[in-house]
Design a protein around this ligand. Structure first.
Ligand code: SAH
Length: 249
């Protein structure tokens, strides 16, 4: 991947970015830049906001109460947000953080928690999930932060899928599918908007599996002959989709 200013730290800031603009950081980001990153006045970093591309910025004022950045020059044009939808059954906190970070690194544009029969966690802390995807976005140099949606039940998701998702096909990672390479099924979806669904540690219930398989927009795939943990399955599914019909091409 061609990289510019790769030695500079990257920071997501939700403020308009244009040459000569000044942006005052909040307390948390000021602390991050001055204390954690130990940056000083005059030093440069790269900032992005998900709308205006990436910009080289300088610390104009290293004030502990609120560092001020001067936006200098654009280093990358804004690229379109990813259209890849990723649905998963939430896991216990530690693994959940890992999973949303991996989904971000693997190019998901929408991250949708789906509550299924065997999902362990019911209430999610949205601000923690957002903090995780922002951190992952900064690290993997994407220019947009994936959208984290509010959790939804599987039955409700499927009931509204066609009216809300149009032509999008839902790639259903089915641990009970006969082992096969997903290559052919995925190739047949090339050019269509894609969603990926991964179940919880306890898997999908038989009713859920039958309900999913009965939907015309659902495409079940196997992820090989072993039962993968949900976070492994998430990365494996995102890998096969991105490499066969996604943005790795
Ligand atoms: N404990 C369950 C498995 C759950 S694995 C059991 O023993 O049945 C968690 C999720 O990862 C599954 O719901 C599925 O979406 C995905 N997954 C794991 N291994 C898979 C495989 N070999 N093929 C397809 N999906 C898989």
């Amino acid at each position: 991947m061609p990289r510019s200013h790769k030695t500079l730290s990257r920071l997501f800031i939700d403020a308009p970015l244009s040459a000569g603009a000044s942006v005052e950081l909040g307390r948390e980001q000021t602390n991050y830049v001055l204390t954690v990153m130990r940056m000083k006045a005059g030093e440069a970093l790269v900032v992005f906001n998900g709308r205006d591309g990436a910009w080289m910025a300088r610390i104009a004022d290293a004030h502990r109460k609120g560092a001020v950045l001067e936006i200098v020059v654009q280093t990358q044009h804004q690229t379109p947000k990813s259209d890849l939808w990723f649905g998963f059954a939430p896991l216990k906190t530690g693994r959940l953080d890992y999973l949303v970070q991996k989904a971000t690194e693997m190019g998901a544009g929408v991250i949708q928690p789906v509550i299924t029969r065997y999902t362990q966690v019911q209430k999610l802390k949205a601000d923690k999930l957002v903090a995780n995807v922002i951190e992952a976005a900064e690290q993997c140099e994407v220019l947009s932060v994936p959208e984290i949606r509010a959790e939804v039940g599987l039955t409700e998701l499927l009931a509204h899928w066609q009216q809300t998702q149009g032509l999008r096909r839902l790639v259903f990672c089915d641990e009970s599918a006969p082992t096969h390479s997903p290559l052919r099924q995925l190739r047949d979806l090339d050019g269509l908007p894609i969603g990926i669904l991964v179940g919880p540690e306890g898997g999908f219930s038989d009713d859920e599996r039958n309900h999913l398989l009965a939907q015309g927009f659902v495409v079940p795939i196997s992820l090989g002959p072993r039962i993968l943990r949900a976070d492994t399955a998430a990365v494996a599914a995102l890998t096969v989709v991105q490499s066969i019909i996604g943005d790795w091409r």
